[in-house]
Design a protein around this ligand. Sequence first.
Ligand SMILES: Nc1ncnc2c1ncn2[C@@H]1O[C@H](COP(=O)(O)OP(=O)(O)O)[C@@H](O)[C@H]1O
Ligand SMILES: [Mg+2]
Length: 244
Amino acid sequence: MIQFFHVHKSYQGQPALTDVSLTVDKAEFVFLTGPSGAGKTTLLELIFCAERAQKGQILVNGRNVARIRASAVPYLRRNIGVVFQDFKLLPSATVFDNVALALHVLGRPRREIRRKVGEILAAVGLEHKVDSPPARLSGGEQQRVALARALVNDPAILLADEPTGNLDPERTDEIMALLAKVNTRGATVMVATHDRNLLTRWHRRVLTLDRGRLMTGASPPEDPAGAITEMETFPSSRPGRGSR
Ligand SMILES: Nc1ncnc2c1ncn2[C@@H]1O[C@H](COP(=O)(O)OP(=O)(O)O)[C@@H](O)[C@H]1O
Ligand SMILES: [Mg+2]
C-alpha cells in the first residue's frame, strides 16, 4: 500500500508537488496523469526514494520512506520495479545482462536467472534479442527491455513512467495487458501517462495532477467489490485513433 500525507516537494525553491495526499491500495492499478511538468515523474521518484520530499509523510508498505536511512533504500527497492521514462539501460551490455542484473545482485542461482530472464523476455516479445545490446534496439524495443527488467524480480509494486510512450498501438495493448496481468497476480501498479487514449481504453482509477496539485483520484473506490469487477474488465477492441 502507498500513502502520501501532505507531501511537498520543490526543486531549488520551485514547487513540483504541493500538499499531495493519496492512498493506493495493495494490488490496485492506478493511472497518474496530467500535463507535462505536472509532477508525475517526481511523485513516482518519491516512492522509491530517488528524490526526497521537504514536507509530509510517504508510507510504502507501512514504512515511512520520507525518513528512511540511505542504507535502507536498496532493501526498499527490492520490492519495487521501476520503468523509467528514459529507460536507464546499460547500452553496451546485452539485453540478457540488463534484465538479469537485479537477480545477480540478489545472488540468485544461474539456472534460475536464465529461466526467469527467458520467460520475461518472451512475455514482452523480445526473446530473439537476448544477445543484442540495447544501443542497437529501437525505442519501443528498449522500452520493453526496461519493462522486463522491472518485472523479472516479481516486485510487489511496479512504477511505470510513460511505459507506452514510444510504442505503436498494438505494442501499447500488449504492454498494458502485461501490466494488467502482473496486477491481477497481486502487484500494485502505478502508471504515469499523459496519453488520454490509455485512460479511456483501460478503466482504472485516475489520479490527476495539475501544476503539482492532485485534482482527482486521491482515494480508492468506496466499493471494493465493484473495483475488482472493473479491474478484470479487459477492453475488447481498439478505439479509433484520436478517440477520446
Ligand atoms: N531534477 C530536477 N531539478 C529541477 N527541477 C525539476 C527536476 N525534476 C523535475 N523538475 C521540475 O519539477 C516539475 C515537475 O516535473 P516532473 O515531475 O518531471 O513532471 P511530469 O513528469 O508530470 O512531466 C517541473 O516544473 C520540472 O521542471
Ligand atoms: Mg515525467
